[in-house]
Design a protein around this ligand. Sequence first.
Ligand code: LR7
Ligand code: MN
Length: 610
Amino acid sequence: KRLVCKSCTASSFLIAAVWTLALLVYMNMLRSSIYQAGWRISSDANATPKAELSYQARVTSGCTNTAAANASKESVSGSTNPVEQLQLLGVVRNKQDKYIRDIGYKHHAFNALVSNNIGLYRDIPDTRHKVCNRSETLESEQLPQASIVMCFYNEHKMTLMRSIKTVLERTPQYLLKEIILVDDNSDLPELEFHLLADLHNRLKYDNLRYIRNEKREGLIRSRVIGAREALGDVLVFLDSHIEVNRQWVEPLLRLIKAENSTLAVPVIDLINADTFGYTPSPLVRGGFNWGLHFRWENLPEGTLKQPEDFRGPFRSPTMAGGLFAVNRLYFQHIGEYDMAMDIWGGENIEISFRAWQCGGSIKIVPCSRVGHIFRKRRPYTSPDGANTMLKNSLRLAYVWMDRFKDYYIKHEKVSKDFDYGDISERVKLREKLQCHDFDWYLKNIYPELPIPGEEPKKTAAAAPIYQPWHSRKRNYIDSYQLRLSGTELCASVVAPKVKGFWKKGSGLQLQPCHNSPNQIWYETEKSEIILDKLLCLEASGDAQVVINKCHEMLGDQQWRHTRNSNSPVYNMAKGTCLRAAAPATGALLSLDLCTKATDSGTAWDIVQLK
Ligand code: LR7
Ligand code: MN
């Protein structure tokens, strides 16, 4: 009965049901064929700035076990190997899949096909350190109740629903007051189409409240609009493309109960935008530079000496902005957000300065973990195309930074007549709260920040959070030629070298096999395929294959194949396979649907080199 919905026809549901069934059958077939062909599946390793290697090793082994234990309960495809599951979910089988994937990248800058196939809920690795308290919280502990505020603009529907679903599944009911969704005047048809009915039918949660802005307000005003409706003791702000991890909320609430002027921030784990692989983030804190750009940086040296230290919490000069918990009355007390800030940017730095300067604090809580989809670009603009980051940053600089604002203005070369609006209300707020000045903040909260023109300080190194494997030496595990099955032709790069490097962005073509560097491929632990130990094989654009600088972020530079003959060479981001246009010298290589037919141009012999 639940399947009948008012204006969508029964036939579309039938089609959906048939699709789902077909998908399940197909995945099972594919899975067994992959097993038969012996696809080599390496496990997804974890983020590792040097200082954290031992910690990460422990995290990795811990989560594999949990994942296996929960697999039968929560797994999406029946497989217990997370990378294998994701690979299956990303396969592009036909034009419709390709459409979903491509339009998804356009609208959301992540792989919507994989997200759809994951569905409402999945298991994710438990990325907490072993010292984190795993026992269930008792009601007698009397933690405050949380109101979740999640605002979104044109979010991908399944991703949005999964974000909420993970909160419902992984938050004890008695700690969850409500979930407040603020729809920032989204205008994508997929969202207009029965979003509310779907939320209601699929989530079945009575305390889900929905507010739709009459016009686009931006995430900053949207959050305040949501927060003003909240009834819980604690506000928890979340982005709309997240998955909360096990027992994520308890440590945040516990900290706020103990310190009601602390803004409690979880560790933000990484969800890969191409593959949806979930990996732990290292323990880092928030800083900024004189462009007022947020940056991750390593914790002060000596912070993590013994296991207990990994429980935190850690003081952090700033926060990333999207995910944090705060006492609701305290949030009101310190002035919510600056309501004249538009769309995106700067509000996280503003609330960070304000919290510290006005007697509060920001702390990172390592035992609370929330995954967030990190994308390579923002898929939307502001309605009038304005640079809202610039306006918002100027506002915060003029209100909070005293003479130090000049470093920002100089750094960003801001023109003197840029109109950042009226800041008098915020200046009054600063006076009312009798806040410390910015000099105090710099001396007491962020002494590591180098001040232009002053003696260089011992600074905390920027943490490579977007390049989780950057600090590691590359481990090559194999080298081979890629020979089109049934021919003597190999995948080759025919391009000039510039300063010893192959020209970046060059395509591939078939050439007679002859052991020369332009057709010798090295494979790494991370399933990159690297030409001549220099440049990575990358899926690019719609269906191109090129060599490019290795970015170590997996996805479009992550490939899977078997060790022997007639193997597809599968790209994790695109869900399609390496294909030669024809079995002829000079034929160009691109990406296409994976088929098992040997004459389809997608069957390759992996010819290993001694
Ligand atoms: O006009 C808008 N209206 C909205 O409701 C624009 C955005 N939004 C919503 C959007 O759908 C999303 O749920 O606001 C949320 C944040 O927008 P994103 O996901 O495009 O932002 P981001 O993750 O790239 O940016 C980070 O910095 C922002 C600065 O304004 C916000 O503080 C984001 O919440 C913040 N995200 C995080 O901190 C997650 C970790 C990323 C890092 C580092
Ligand atoms: Mn985000």
